[in-house]
Write a protein that binds this ligand. Structure first.
Ligand code: 6PG
Length: 265
């Protein structure tokens, strides 16, 4: 992919993907431990990252990560109360927050329980302004953003064709997602692109086609919301399991994974 495209890390399966991502995140946080009092991380929802969050709650990560310096935010949220089965906050609470000594004031969930989606977006944006203050770039600068990839190329709650993709002023949007017949809360593209580091977690063979389409045109085409995530401060890293990478890599049988050049722009 050359030095323009994202970094790609292929793992055997979801377990190894979760372990490798946990190692990366723990290392990323401990590298900042001495220089940053508050380390701001925006979390992905969905199902893929659950195992990652569970791993961060145990073993060396539970002990090594300075939880009192970590501040958790959400990249997006379903417009539901925090106890709802669909809530991304609830998923992270059960997998991680309830198991580590992170101070409650360090957990900044999106208020999906509010009466109106736009009011919830406004409230979260005020919360972000309070935390990040006014930055020279005019955007909050997350240290780390964790994102997933939908089979349609959406990420966070930025779906193909969404008006929220055009947002260049607001930090948080409240799009109505036709295909889900539901409102969502989501950080906007300029916020994601102001992050110091973005990582994508993708697993499962049902993602193989979108992975190929995304990575083949990462630098040439901008069709999917995932391709609009181009952080100014560093290239994104894609953690892929082999099934999701099966159309861009093949296994030569000697254990090495080679790359189909024709699929990679
Ligand atoms: C959400 C996520 C969403 C997710 C993708 C991939 O709220 O559902 O933010 O963007 O990351 O849909 O989901 P999976 O990882 O579960 O396939």
């Amino acid at each position: 992919m050359g030095d323009k495209g994202p970094e790609i890390i292929i793992t055997r399966d979801l377990e190894e993907l979760s372990q490798k991502a946990a190692e990366f995140i723990a290392g990323f946080i401990t590298d900042l431990e001495k220089t940053k009092e508050r380390i701001a991380i925006a979390l992905s929802g969905g199902t893929t990252p659950k195992r990652l969050y569970e791993r961060l709650a145990i073993g060396p990560f539970h002990k090594d990560i300075p939880w009192n310096q970590v501040h958790l935010f959400w990249g997006d949220e379903r417009f539901v109360p925090p106890g709802h089965p669909d809530s991304n906050y609830r998923m992270v609470y059960e997998a991680l927050i309830s198991k580590v000594p992170i101070p409650s004031e360090n957990v900044h969930r999106m208020p999906g329980e509010m009466a109106y989606p736009q009011a919830a977006a406004d409230e979260y944006e005020e919360n972000l302004h309070r935390f990040f203050g006014s930055s020279p770039e005019g955007w909050p600068r997350f240290d780390l953003v964790i994102l997933g990839v939908g089979s349609d190329g959406h990420t966070a709650s930025l779906f193909p064709g969404s008006e929220a993709l055009k947002e260049r002023r607001r930090w948080v949007a409240a799009p109505y997602v036709e295909k889900l017949n539901a409102y969502r809360l989501t950080l906007t593209l300029p916020v994601f692109n102001s992050a110091d580091q973005v990582i994508f977690l993708v697993n499962g063979k049902e993602k193989a086609r979108i992975v190929k389409e995304l990575l083949a045109g990462y630098n040439t085409k901008t069709i999917f919301p995932v391709q609009m995530i181009k952080p100014r401060h560093g290239k994104p890293i894609f953690f892929l399991d082999r099934p999701s990478a099966s159309l861009i890599y093949y296994n030569t049988g000697n254990g090495s994974m080679n790359r189909f050049r024709k699929f990679i722009g």
